[in-house]
Design a protein around this ligand. Structure first.
Ligand code: 5GP
Length: 127
């Protein structure tokens, strides 16, 4: 696997070199709206550390980073009233890793999608 590319677009957002529509930030994550939303709520959650995908992160991040990143998901889902616990109707998380998954930006990001019935998880393969 190749190493982390610190010129990717999310690294630039983290460094403040390009703007984002920020939803939430703490010591471990930055969360912002996806520029091309696929649902009424389409939020990206990224770790502040240089991890290219979930595989890299789950293998190499320290415990504090792992916990901080996971905790942020529920904080954001509750804050935006998307989780059922906060009165919402739920949400879907997607994280692409590698070429078959169609990952475009090589900095770990979780897509948090909500705000409508999201349908089946995958489009069936064409025969
Ligand atoms: P991937 O295909 O890597 O899982 O998803 C990358 C996501 O990043 C896409 O949904 C795309 O719309 C989003 N994206 C790409 N460039 C930007 C950007 O400059 N700003 C924001 N907010 N989202 C971006």
């Amino acid at each position: 696997m190749s190493s982390y590319d610190n010129q990717n677009i999310f690294a630039k957002i983290l460094r403040g070199e390009i703007p984002c529509d920020k939803i939430y930030e703490d010591d471990y994550v930055l969360s912002f709206k996806d520029i091309s939303p696929q649902a009424p709520s389409h939020i990206l959650v990224i770790p502040k550390g240089p991890y290219k995908d979930i595989n890299d992160f789950s293998k190499n991040a320290n415990n504090e980073e792992l916990i901080g990143f996971n905790r942020a998901i529920s904080i954001i889902a509750d804050q935006l009233k998307l989780s059922e616990e906060s009165g919402g109707k739920g949400y879907r998380l997607i994280s692409n890793a590698g070429s078959d998954s169609h990952q475009e930006v090589p900095h770990l990001h979780i897509h948090l999608l909500a705000g409508r019935k999201l349908g089946p998880m995958l489009i069936p393969e064409k025969s």
